[in-house]
Design a binder for this molecule. Structure first.
Ligand code: 13P
Ligand code: ZN
Length: 330
């Protein structure tokens, strides 16, 4: 059984902070990406942090977030047993306290992010604190991530037109007042399709937040959102400052679709009839000699290639973030 809770995840973050590495928190909404990630993490001996947004849970649950979480929670638990690394699940960008309570009661996630970063400081503190207290009252070991500052771009149902960089002194006050276990900061990364060269990155802010927290005896791991477009050197620079969780979603989404697209484009004439032949799916092309090729259109063919590609991408990212070779639960 290698699907673990908050206490085990906290121990990984402790090592990560001490040793200067991070987990690549990888978004999933369905099983192909999930299995590719498990394969990639196992291959390089890294613990694996999966994450699901509320929208991803609703997708997996055909419209119902709790059903989606239960279904994927079971799937993760069963498949994690087949791998020799620790597997964790974070609930990404949560805004609905009722849903957060349901997640805690189900005891499936290892950590939950409350995203009240769009609210003014005091409201953000109050909402984030409420979630921390909820976990305490329930005796749950789930870790709570909260965010200060705003990340530009679109991530699932969270959208911000502008970036608001995190203020280091405010970060100390925020962590002290909320008691959050992890702090997501804004240092110029963007959610969605973003190119590293276009970002106005402020690694100095990550450094100042880290220093300010350290000065106050706070060993809170930092979280970097919107990291899909970051170039390797940019990641390496940012990772120096106690960033122990680096979120990636858009990159895997692109790899998923691109892999399927390349396969179908290469074998298009085995899926779609040639020009001049009736596209008569209802009769399964009864009136022509042409027939589609099951060796290509069986969705498992694309699915296997997608898993393999996601595994390769995640293995490389785990090397970059330094979690490769560091599994605590191998
Ligand atoms: P990207 O989609 O830009 O990779 O960001 C992921 C993220 O921050 C999830 O919370
Ligand atoms: Zn994010």
């Amino acid at each position: 059984m290698t699907f673990y809770g908050g206490d085990e995840l906290a121990a990984v973050y402790e090592d990560a902070l001490d040793e200067g590495f991070g987990l690549v928190a990888s978004n999933i909404a369905e099983p192909n990406t999930m299995m590719g990630l498990m394969e990639g993490a196992s291959r390089v001996d890294s613990d694996l942090l999966l994450q699901m947004s509320a929208g991803a849970c609703r997708f997996a649950g055909d419209g119902d977030a709790v059903s989606g979480l239960k279904a994927m929670g079971n799937y993760i638990e069963v498949m994690a047993e087949r791998h020799d690394v620790g597997v964790f699940l974070n609930m990404d960008h949560q805004t609905d306290l009722d849903l957060i309570e349901a997640q805690m009661d189900l005891d499936i996630p290892s950590s939950i992010m409350i995203d009240a970063s769009h609210e003014p400081f005091e409201e953000n503190v109050a909402t984030s604190r409420e979630v921390v207290e909820m976990a305490e009252e329930k005796g749950s070991d789930v870790l709570i991530e909260a965010e200060l500052g705003q990340i530009k771009g679109v991530e699932d149902e969270i959208e911000s037109e502008e970036a608001f960089y995190t203020d280091p002194e405010q970060a100390v006050e925020f962590v002290e007042k909320t008691g959050c276990d992890l702090l997501a900061i804004s240092v110029g990364t963007q959610h969605g399709v973003a190119k590293g060269k276009d970002l106005e990155l402020r690694p100095d802010i990550a450094r100042d937040v880290r220093d300010a927290l350290d000065d106050h005896g706070l060993s809170t791991p930092l979280v970097l959102h919107g990291s899909s477009g970051l170039q390797d050197e940019q990641v390496e620079e940012l990772m120096q400052y106690g960033i122990c969780k680096m979120n990636k979603d858009t990159r895997y989404q692109y790899e998923y679709t691109r892999t399927a697209y390349d396969l179908y484009r290469e074998h298009g004439d085995e899926i779609v009839p040639p020009e001049g032949v009736a596209d008569d799916r209802d009769t399964f092309f009864e009136d022509t000699d042409w027939a589609p090729n099951k060796d290509v259109f069986d969705p498992r063919v694309a699915g296997r290639q997608i898993r393999e590609r996601i595994a390769d991408v995640h293995a490389d990212l785990a090397e970059l973030a330094g979690s490769a070779g560091k599994s605590k639960y191998a």
